[in-house]
Design a protein around this ligand. Structure first.
Ligand code: HEM
Length: 334
């Protein structure tokens, strides 16, 4: 009898956890989406990402960011990859957050060409970006996760969306939180996903204000470690050198780990939007401390939040299309 009870409870627990997993996921996206139509999809993406990352170790960071900048504008629909379509829309590549900054377009082109060869007209550009972001995280030592798939590609892009919806490095924490909330992402998502700044680079222009005139008083940001600020000023002058690159996490630049949060605790966060996680709210401060103390917790939350971000307003069913070339729409009704 006791055995029956316990096995019944175990079955119930499994059912509840399956339900919970389903409830947290997206109803139309599933990891097995290409199982029959393009079984080699994940291997093709993974192979090319690894090859390009071996040539350019910054590429992993650039591909993670590409997914973020795609998902925050019209959902994860590869709108960020579209070039100008004369008279119809202006490319998001020219927005303030993306211009001279966002990278990885050629890697996605290469993957798309290989997949068009292997399984023509089947795999969306949006799914390629989502899998490339996961593979890039794993390649640099970060967590892995199953990527829900089945997104379709947009027929349009939004330059204004890209300018307005993606957080800027000098936004206040409430503004950044509002931009995440707007996408259905909460404070835990915000702090965990900011941990992507454990890899990759920033240009001088993105944090210069902190070095010279943070509060319009001609002084550096008091929440930036003075020794670090002095070092940064050496290569990021008051004017000029806008495009000079600096590691977001100089301690372990190419390694996906929780060092980013340790930097923030030491007032060595590079961007204003990094350091405000410590200084502008108790809730985010506690999360920064938790992730600095536990790499495992950071990895668990990062993976979960990446899936959540990847679920933002996908096009599914008959919406959108599967582009042949990620830079332009294939549907030729115009
Ligand atoms: C919380 C709000 C965020 C702000 C304000 C922000 C801002 C920035 C800025 C200003 C840069 C440097 C760009 C440049 O100067 O060229 C950058 C780089 C980067 N961001 Fe964020 N970011 C945020 C969140 C995220 C999220 C959610 C992710 C991904 C999950 C992400 C991933 C990255 C990566 C990997 C880089 C380095 C890219 C490379 O080296 O090519 N960021 N971010």
């Amino acid at each position: 009898m006791a055995l029956h009870w316990s096995s019944g409870l175990a079955a119930l627990a499994v059912a509840v956890s399956l339900f919970a997993a389903g409830a947290a996921g997206h109803p139309f996206l599933v990891p097995q989406f290409y199982e029959h139509t393009c079984p080699q999809m994940q291997a093709v993406v993974g192979g090319i990402v690894a090859k390009e990352h071996a040539k350019d170790p910054r590429m992993a960071a650039s591909l993670v960011r590409l997914h973020f900048h795609d998902c925050f504008v019209q959902g994860c629909d590869a709108s960020v990859l579209l070039d100008d379509a004369h008279g119809r829309f202006t490319t998001e590549k020219r927005s303030n957050p993306n211009r001279d900054s966002l990278r990885g377009y050629e890697v996605i082109d290469e993957i798309k060409a290989a997949l068009e060869h292997a399984c023509p007209g089947t795999v969306s550009c949006a799914d390629i970006v989502a899998v490339a972001a996961r593979d890039s995280t794993v390649l640099t030592g970060g967590p892995g996760w199953e990527v829900p798939l089945g997104r379709r590609d947009s027929l349009t892009a939004s330059l204004s969306g890209s300018n307005n919806l993606i957080p800027a490095p000098n936004d206040t924490l409430p503004t950044i939180a509002a931009k995440f909330h707007n996408q259905g992402l909460d404070i835990v998502d915000l702090v965990a996903l900011s941990g992507a700044h454990t890899i990759g680079d920033s240009r001088c222009v993105s944090f210069r204000q902190r070095l010279y005139n943070q509060n319009n008083d001609g002084r550096p940001d008091p929440t930036l470690n003075p020794a670090y600020a002095a070092e940064l000023r050496g290569r990021c002058p008051k004017s000029g050198g806008d495009q000079t690159l600096f590691a977001l996490d100089p301690a372990t630049q190419f390694r996906f780990d929780n060092q980013y949060y340790k930097n923030i605790l030491a007032m060595n966060g590079l961007l204003n939007s990094d350091e405000v996680l410590l200084t502008q709210s108790h809730e985010t401060m506690e999360l920064v401390k938790s992730y600095a103390a536990s790499n495992a917790l950071f990895f668990e939350h990062f993976a979960r939040s990446m899936v959540k971000m990847g679920n933002i307003s996908p096009l599914t069913g008959h919406s959108g299309e599967i582009r042949k070339n990620c830079r332009r729409i294939s549907t030729t009704s115009n």
